[in-house]
Design a protein around this ligand. Structure first.
Ligand code: F6R
Length: 612
């Protein structure tokens, strides 16, 4: 999500840091900053917005006299605390001796913040990260790496960090990793640290990737790496052969493919801090006034495109689990149809960007009608988040490919959590049931990893189908919106005409289209409507249609009927939509690549539709 850089050497440090941050711009960010240790004096410059603005501020501040050799920098993609100069990294302790840049989420930061505040520490930001410099301050006893090591023992969550200090000669960077990557670049007489390889490429291709739990001390004379129990690790540098473009995509050929593969991580981050123990949902603190949600008479959801498909799934989850009636509207329709927003109604906007004009306008319309506003957003501090009474963030990280992938599956997870939280507040589900859902949710990242292993098989399937000009997608119940999402993914990136129908609708018209030129993708995991969907597959087959089925692992019956079967792991019917999305994303991706389409920037489309 965020970008990290660090440098020790004889070059002008602020230039190296700014250059490194610019090379990480593709990750997306909302603010940035650097901290330079200048002969025992800290120089910190931070800015909201583009790195160019930071550069101007650095020029104006003239932070170094040229003799300075050590510093760290950061581009922030806000997760805890809105984008602002105060919340941008590096963060400091009370005394101004320790500076930390962090990528990740400190899950137990509230608990640590209370403890540190009670001990007399003064906090200046809304971030989770700020607990780190204060912890380091409290443990510092003349040895920075020792203090970092002890601080990290108190922390739950995921992190890639770099730490600098004015103590000693101030020429040391301590870096640590648990989750988000940290890579150390070995130059000749100079050393680099970064969250991503592109920041290092102009300077060195010899790198060491830290492993989870490792702490590196990067000094002017070399690098020492220790594992979590303090044992010194001898690690030979690897030589990077990637080009800058390949490195930005971490070796994937497109951002879309990278983002598809990021889904296990993105879902883990979305669950992080929202589940406690076996079955408690701890989302209440993010719901503003949870009593309003517990007592609502109706929930209206407004959204566009892929986010609208997530909303339809949300309706199933919330109505079934929390027994609240849910209406879903295309936001561009809601805003003009003078919708009835009754008393005790809550309106939720779902938006990856939080900047979609129609969704914002529908939310405003609802607000004018007196609704309590909730949003499900990926971009912290976005317009949708700012105009809402409560926000549930999906922690997908920046989505660069225009076609939404990880934002969608994290929206599904966030809505699932909301449904369970409402069920808990409204006492509509017995506790053992909630615990079962929680266990199922925790398994999702590993199940997606299994599905991603099928990428090659799906690529082979795409080779059979990329020349077709029309596709039909069918699904029933909770899989109807997934059929819509599959069809949208295919049409937007490969320009193939694809239509989605509720499978029960087939006989009412679409069946006339079936012939050998019309492949039909059928979502048929084993759930309550499985038999009905099997009936639809029969209808397609007797009309010489070609069926690609998405089915539950072990279902041999469907394999005998369908022409091609892609299996998803056996899971709860509410988890199935998340899992069946993955092969559909991969299929659309591979078809688009075979058709030589511009996968990450499809024609006529924008990532954020900020006009009507
Ligand atoms: C499709 C896609 C779009 C967006 C839609 C809403 O892959 O990305 O359909 O889902 O433009 O965008 P957000 O979620 O930012 O409001």
């Amino acid at each position: 999500m965020c970008g990290i850089v660090g440098y020790i050497g004889s070059r002008e440090v602020s230039s190296v840091l700014v250059d490194g941050l610019k090379r990480l711009e593709y990750r997306g960010y909302d603010s940035c900053g650097i901290a330079i240790m200048d002969e025992g004096k800290p120089n910190v410059v931070r800015s909201v917005g583009r790195i160019d603005a930071l550069e101007e501020k650095i020029k104006a501040a003239q932070p170094t006299n040229g003799s300075v050799k050590c510093g760290i920098g950061h581009t922030r993609w806000a997760t805890h605390g809105r984008p602002s100069e105060t919340n941008s990294h590096p963060h400091r302790d009370c005394t101004g001796r320790f500076y930390v840049a962090h990528n990740g989420i400190i899950e137990n930061y509230l608990c640590l913040k209370h403890r540190l505040s009670a001990e007399g520490h003064r906090f200046q930001t809304e971030t989770d990260t700020e607990v780190l410099p204060h912890l380091i301050e409290s443990y510092y006893n003349g040895n920075l790496e020792e203090a970092v090591h002890r601080a990290l023992q108190d922390v739950e969550g995921v992190y890639g960090i770099v730490v600098v200090s004015t103590e000693g000669d101030g020429r040391k960077i301590v870096a640590a990793r648990n989750g988000p990557p940290i890579v150390v670049g070995m130059g000749s007489g100079e050393y680099f640290v970064a969250s991503d390889v592109p920041a290092l490429l102009p300077y060195t291709r010899n790198v060491v990737f830290l492993r989870d739990g490792e702490v590196a001390v990067v000094g002017s004379q070399g690098v020492e790496i220790r594992d979590s129990s303090g044992v010194c690790m001898c690690r030979e540098p690897e030589t990077i052969t990637w080009t800058a473009d390949m490195a930005e995509k971490e070796g994937y050929s497109h951002f879309m493919l990278k983002e598809i593969h990021e889904q296990p991580r993105a879902i883990r981050d979305t669950l992080l801090g929202r589940l406690a123990g076996e079955g408690a949902i701890t989302l209440s603190s993010e719901l503003g006034n949870p009593a309003i949600l517990a007592d609502m008479a109706r929930l209206h959801i407004v959204a566009m495109g892929t986010s609208l498909h997530a909303a339809y799934i949300g309706k199933f989850l919330i109505e079934t689990l929390a027994r609240v009636p849910v209406e879903v509207d295309n936001a561009s329709e809601f805003r003009y149809r003078d919708a009835i927003v009754g008393p005790k109604a809550v309106v939720a906007g779902i938006s990856q960007s939080g900047e979609t004009a129609d969704t914002l306008a529908a939310m405003k319309e609802a607000r004018d009608k007196g609704a309590y506003l909730l949003s499900v957003c990926n971009v912290v501090g976005s317009q949708a988040a700012r105009q809402s009474d409560a926000v549930i963030y999906t922690h997908a990280g920046p989505e660069i490919g225009v076609a939404s992938t990880k934002a969608f599956t994290t929206q599904l997870v966030a809505l699932y959590l909301l449904a369970l939280q409402l069920a808990q507040l409204r006492c509509t589900l017995p506790q053992p049931e909630i615990e079962r859902h929680v266990r199922e949710l925790r398994d999702v990242p590993d199940q997606i990893n299994k599905l991603l292993d099928q990428s090659q098989a799906i690529s082979s399937l795409a080779e059979k189908f990329w020349r077709y000009r029309n596709f039909l997608y069918l699904g029933r119940g909770i899989h109807h919106p997934i059929a819509m999402e599959g069809a949208l993914k295919l049409k937007e990136i490969s320009y193939i005409h694809a239509e989605a129908y509720a499978a029960g609708e087939m006989k009412h018209g679409p069946i006339a289209l079936i012939d050998q030129e019309m492949p039909v993708v059928v979502l048929a995991p084993q759930d309550a409507v499985y038999r009905k969907t099997m009936g639809n597959i029969e209808e397609v087959k007797v009309r010489d249609g070609i069926v690609i089925a998405i089915a539950t692992e072990g279902d041999h019956e469907i394999a005998r009927l369908a022409d091609y079967t892609v299996y998803i792991p056996d899971a709860h019917p509410f988890i199935n939509p998340i899992l069946s999305t993955i092969p559909l994303q991969l299929f659309a991706y591979h078809v688009a690549v075979l058709r030589r389409c511009d996968v990450d920037k499809p024609r006529n489309l924008a990532k954020s539709v900020t006009v009507e």
